[in-house]
Design a protein around this ligand. Structure first.
Ligand SMILES: Nc1ncnc2c1ncn2[C@@H]1O[C@H](COP(=O)(O)OP(=O)(O)O)[C@@H](O)[C@H]1O
Ligand SMILES: CC(=O)OP(=O)(O)O
Ligand SMILES: [Mg+2]
Length: 408
């Protein structure tokens, strides 16, 4: 069975086609076709890389950053031109989408119905760029492959069983019942990394205490005990916790009240500033892309250095929090665009963890060459780099849902 997967990130759109058959492989297989759109470089432009089933690769820069237009282009290339990988649209029977916010009602994978789409739309206020992007992908699929069954797989699912003290905000108790609580995100990635870590370490997942660091344009950590998420840094929205590319992460709520009351900011202004004009971009004034920050810092740019140091400071703070909740750690795992590709960030995050007996091997850290243990041999804590496979997690979830429906 072919399963087409859409992973709408805040600075990227990953689209992958998998051939899925029983028994499912233990390791994520390569997709038979993939398209990655990246918006983190130049405003108003899209960098697109498409790889076909036959190994053809096409790179182009599209003169637009409008997701619907980019999606149309991507879906066209699936069946046309040098990178075409299907002959007829009818070959696409199942499509899975990463949906970032499903609220209190939805966390298990679900067939997309008009009612579910209305919920995703309603929750758009809580994850504006992500939920809108998923709806746009669903609409593009309806147009290109009207016969396909579409399935939503939620980024919140993995955290939905966190202990109550991790889910509740210490405001009025009624908030919790109203769904005003901590959901957590990047669940597909944290869950995949936990599973992959157990595989790489040759250990039973049930015996492990893990801290997974998903550092992409959006950044979050999870504390994973025996395979279950027991704490994570994002909350009601994907804005809580770590400092990110363009999101502030946690700041004193009193500061927001002050800005609303005394500085003439509206709620919409704060939304724009905290989601799109803060984080690495806000402090550096240059970019939300860690690649640009690293380069500018190396060239002596003072604000790029401050942005990097603040990112690391907040990362260390939150790693400490996860550590305390877990009561120790067997492995620290880095993933996401920054976690996978920035040795400087991994080294700086680990620098103060020597008291745990944790030490990374600088040579391995400089070039892990795929999924790897970058800790030095004598380190008491393993440090892993894992290429996250959110897309395969979505394909797997679609497969399981369809098997379950076929049986009932
Ligand atoms: N080679 C690299 N070195 C440092 N940072 C990188 C590198 N490649 C990507 N990144 C960072 O990863 C981010 C994208 O991460 P990713 O997880 O793919 O994005 P998203 O959050 O949209 O899913 C970029 O914005 C950039 O900050
Ligand atoms: C939830 C979230 O922030 O996702 P991403 O990192 O893909 O933007
Ligand atoms: Mg992502």
């Amino acid at each position: 069975m072919k399963i087409l997967v859409f992973n709408a990130g805040s600075s990227s759109q990953k689209t992958r086609l998998y051939e899925v058959q029983a028994p499912l492989p233990a390791e994520a297989p390569p997709p038979i076709w993939e398209a990655s759109a990246d918006w983190s470089h130049e405003p108003g432009k899209t960098e697109l890389v498409i790889r076909s089933a036959s190994g053809q690769e096409e790179r182009e820069t599209l003169p637009t950053s409008e997701r619907p237009a980019v999606l149309k282009h991507i879906l066209h290339s699936l069946s046309h031109g040098a990178t075409h990988s299907i002959d007829r649209g009818e070959e696409i029977g199942v499509v899975g989408h990463r949906v970032v916010h499903g609220g209190a009602h939805y966390s298990e994978p679900a067939l997309i119905t008009p009612e579910l789409k209305a919920t995703i739309e309603r929750l758009q206020v809580l994850a504006p760029s992500h939920n809108r992007a998923s709806l746009e992908a669903m609409a593009a699929v309806e147009e290109a492959f009207p016969q396909a069954r579409q399935i939503a797989v939620f980024d919140t699912a993995f955290h939905s069983h966190m202990p109550l003290p991790a889910q509740i905000y210490p405001g009025p108790y009624e908030w919790f019942a109203q769904g005003l609580r901590r959901y957590g995100f990047h669940g597909l990635s944290h869950q995949y990394c936990a599973r992959r870590a157990a595989q790489l370490l040759g250990r039973d997942l049930a015996s492990l205490r893990l801290i997974t660091c998903h550092l992409g344009n959006g950044c979050s950590l999870a504390a994973i005990l025996g395979g279950e998420s027991i704490e994570t840094t994002m909350g009601f929205t994907p804005m809580e916790g770590l400092m990110m590319g363009t999101r502030s992460g946690s700041i004193d709520p009193g500061l927001l009240l002050y800005l609303l009351r005394h500085s003439g900011y509206s709620a919409d202004d704060l939304d724009r500033i905290l989601n799109r004009e803060s984080g690495l971009l806000g402090i550096s004034g240059l970019s939300g892309d860690m690649r640009t920050i690293l380069q500018a810092r190396a060239e002596g740019n003072r604000r790029a250095r401050l942005a990097f140091n603040t990112f690391i400071h907040r990362l260390r703070l939150q790693i400490g929090a996860m550590l305390a909740v877990l009561g120790g750690v067997d492995a620290l795992i880095f993933t996401g665009g920054i976690g996978e590709h920035a040795p400087e960030v991994r080294a700086a995050a680990c620098e103060t963890l020597g008291f745990l007996g944790l030490a990374i091997d600088p040579t391995r850290n400089a070039d892990p060459g795929g999924d790897a243990d970058i800790a030095s041999p004598h380190s008491a804590v393993r440090v892993l780099v894992v290429q996250t496979q959110e897309d395969w997690m979505i394909a797997e979830a679609c497969w399981h849902l369809l098997q379950q429906r076929a049986r009932s």
